[in-house]
Design a protein around this ligand. Structure first.
Ligand code: ADE
Length: 263
């Protein structure tokens, strides 16, 4: 069971995703427990002000510290052992290892979704001074309008690793990044579509040959799309031979197409 709170200025945005598909099913199965907390409900003025202009000038608005810290305090009053995740484009990069680490963490995960230009620095400082574990995490090198989508991406990637969330545990085992190779090409019916056929080997029922074909397809996809993953990996001798063959085929295909262009 993964327990989290999502602190946000836009609860309905988070709730709509949590109420759909696998995330909703995980909650129904009792494998995920999420509470969406409206940061504005911890404001005390008539206008429910949760943001303000940055000292020193500059564009945009910052989230104020008081409502966020009050919201965190109210969670910790009943559950002191929390791990805080602040979404931010300046954070450490989220990846599959982080997703697994979150899913295996028995503590309550508290996501604080930044909005506008960010969050007053004292939110992080105060929580760290109180001895809470605080991570600032980014889901990639781009800037979103807010941290809600980032928090949902992290929750989704972690929840699907909990045993019982996906129907078939093999789908977690074989997929991209767990083995640092990208996934192989997949096909479903029909066998022929717009004159493109499913590779014969996949129709053969020959499990050994299918396994080999899929492994080659994984290597080819990784080489074509994420060669950096192959550079990090120590390849077995057999895989080095397969890769050399993929590279040879690719360079002869390039030669053929340049001949076609020049003829
Ligand atoms: N908020 C805005 N951009 C973000 C990003 N890339 N990751 C996490 N939170 C964000």
């Amino acid at each position: 069971m993964m327990r989290c709170d999502v602190l946000t200025l836009f609860p309905s945005m988070v709730e709509s995703v949590l109420g759909t598909s696998m995330l909703s099913l995980a909650q129904e199965k009792g494998l995920l427990d999420v509470t969406v907390v409206d940061i504005r409900s911890f404001t005390h003025d008539r206008h429910r002000t949760a943001d303000d202009r940055p000292y020193g000038g500059g564009a945009g608005m910052l989230l104020k510290p008081e409502p966020i810290l009050e919201a965190v305090d109210s969670i910790c009053a009943t559950c002191p052992d929390v791990r805080i995740v602040m979404t931010s484009p300046r954070g450490r990069q989220f990846d599959q290892a982080y997703a697994r680490n979150m899913c295996e963490d028995s503590r309550r995960l508290v996501f604080i979704c930044g909005h506008y230009e960010g969050i007053d620095e004292r939110v992080r400082m105060v929580m760290a001074a109180e001895g809470r574990e605080v991570d600032e995490v980014s889901i990639g090198d781009y800037v979103l309008t807010g941290g809600e989508l980032a928090a949902l991406v992290m929750i989704d990637a972690s929840v699907r690793l909990i045993s019982g969330v996906l129907g078939d545990t093999d789908s977690v085992k074989e997929e991209s990044f767990s083995s640092t190779l990208l996934e192989y090409a997949q096909y479903t019916r029909p066998v022929e579509f717009r004159s493109a056929r499913v590779p014969d080997v996949l129709l053969s029922g020959h499990h050994g040959a299918i396994r080999e074909w899929r492994h080659r397809s994984s290597l080819a996809n990784t080489y074509a799309r994420r060669p950096d993953l192959l550079e990090k990996k120590v390849l077995a001798h057999d895989d080095q031979l397969i890769l050399a063959d993929i590279q040879k085929k690719e360079s002869s295909e390039n030669l053929d197409s340049s001949r076609r262009l020049s003829s």
